[in-house]
Ligand binder design. Structure first.
Ligand code: PLP
Length: 446
């Protein structure tokens, strides 16, 4: 029997809480003191008791056009009534092809072969497998090593966990995929409180040369990085860093994968971070904002040469032995098409670009506030790093997360870092509200 007991925060719940093993959650803490969401519209969630909660995180970095967009909801409904499901193994339906064409048009030139997945994790693993298959088809089957970065996050599947660099996500599972190495994270203490991209005299990406020399270029398939490492608490790469990664990978025949699960679809004020930074990777992963999170969907864009090599080298028949039952699911494809049209019509990427300097000014107002040891930002993203409590790392930020929620603001915390990423429809007044509310909590919380 569920003996969680009654308590506050359970309004609207007719069941116990025991059966749902919640992801990335302190299950015991949550179930003792649940915080529930009942509905959402625009910039706000609503709790079952009817309290409004301002969404400072676009859900989980994903509801870029704001909640409950009618155009998207209606497109999903129409699609469900017309074709609820159709396999994309040896069959197809128009929405998947239409969305692939629309996405190809949004990607940097040449990244126009689109593979559909259902999540960011699946996109990361798909991208890694594409890289392995590419080299094999290219006659370089020795290229199997994958290089990620410390503090990187590429989801929770086996490949993504292996190249990922957040210790807690790896340690519980023992040794992962063989043949992985990691670059160092790009955070430098001397860059604290930098607005936007820090300058650096240090050649941090040059470390890749060391790994290439150590392992041999003929063993390395791909380097995967988030252009801006978000989930770990917003690490903005120093100027020149991504350019240097691109240059070194190209010189050694290593594929460069940008994991843009968060950064694609306007988060930096451009369709992709690749476009924002002016650097074209060989493979680019997406998810989250692709459907405004209304239906799960991910995608991987590959350069044509990657696709052509894998396809051309294969004997007649299936060329890439990979895919998901729900790759290009009709409801997700319909949601994706409607989402891209909302982004276009409302010019949301340009809106985010226009707001980014206001955002920067606003979040940096917290410099000097109690506990704050660093603030980092780019586009409509910010990380506010707090000093940990000496005896309890993570507890201070977690308490602020709880108190903010109870006070009507949703933020995200990772360790002692507050990560912010509001929907791109956020107003200047709402930006001020987000920052001011956090400012108040920083005073209240020890
Ligand atoms: N890759 C990156 C860069 C992410 O930020 C995330 C999620 O935050 C993922 C992959 C995993 O996505 P999902 O949770 O949809 O599997």
């Amino acid at each position: 029997p569920d003996n969680d007991g009654a308590g506050t925060g359970r309004e609207g719940l007719s069941t116990g809480l025991s059966n749902f093993w919640m992801p990335f959650t302190d299950n015991r803490g949550f179930k003792a003191e649940p915080r529930l969401l009942a509905s959402a519209e625009g910039m706000y969630y609503r709790t079952p008791e009817g309290r409004q909660v301002l969404d400072g995180t676009a859900g989980l970095w994903c509801v870029n056009a704001g909640h409950g967009r009618r155009e998207i909801v209606e497109a999903i409904g129409r699609q469900a009534a017309t074709l609820d499901f159709g396999p994309t193994f040896q069959l197809g339906h128009p929405q998947a092809f239409e969305l692939a064409e629309a996405l190809a048009a949004l990607m940097p030139a040449g990244l126009d072969r689109i593979f559909f997945t259902n999540s960011g994790s699946e996109s990361a693993d798909t991208a890694l497998k594409m890289a392995l298959a590419y080299h094999r088809a290219n006659g370089e089957s020795g290229r199997t090593r994958l290089i990620g970065r410390e503090r990187g996050y590429h989801g929770t599947n086996m490949g993504g966990t292996s190249v990922g660099g957040i210790g807690g996500n790896r340690r519980s599972f023992g040794a992962q995929v063989w043949g992985v190495d990691h670059l160092a994270a790009t955070l430098r203490p001397e860059a604290a409180f930098t607005r936007g991209q820090p300058d650096s005299n240090e050649d941090m990406a040059g470390e890749l040369e060391r790994l290439v020399a150590l392992h041999g270029p003929e063993t390395i398939a791909a380097v995967i990085v988030e252009p801006v490492a978000c989930s770990t608490g917003v690490l903005v790469p120093p100027r020149g860093y991504l350019e240097r990664l691109r240059e070194i990978t190209a010189r050694h025949g290593i594929l460069l994968i940008f994991d843009e699960v968060i950064t694609a679809f306007g988060r930096l004020g451009a369709p992709t971070a690749a476009e924002y930074f002016g650097i074209a990777p060989d493979i680019l992963t997406m998810a989250k904002g692709l459907t405004n999170a209304a239906v799960p969907m991910g995608a991987v864009a590959a350069r044509r040469f990657v696709y052509d090599r894998i396809v051309d080298a294969a004997p007649p028949g299936i060329e890439f032995f990979h895919g998901y039952t729900y790759s290009g699911h009709p409801l997700a494809a319909a949601a994706g098409l409607a989402t891209l049209s909302v982004y276009r019509q409302d010019e949301l990427f340009a809106r985010a670009a226009g707001l980014s300097s206001y955002w920067q000014q606003a979040v940096h107002r917290l410099q000097g506030a109690r506990h704050v040891v660093d603030i980092r930002n780019l586009g409509l993203i910010a990380g506010i790093e707090l000093a940990p409590r000496p005896d309890a790392p993570g507890k201070r930020a977690f308490e602020i997360f709880h108190r903010c929620f109870d006070d009507g603001l949703l933020i995200r915390v990772t360790g002692d870092i507050i990560a912010l990423s509001p929907p791109l429809i956020v107003s200047e007044a709402q930006i001020d509200e987000i920052v001011d509310r956090i400012g108040v909590m920083l005073k209240v919380v020890d």
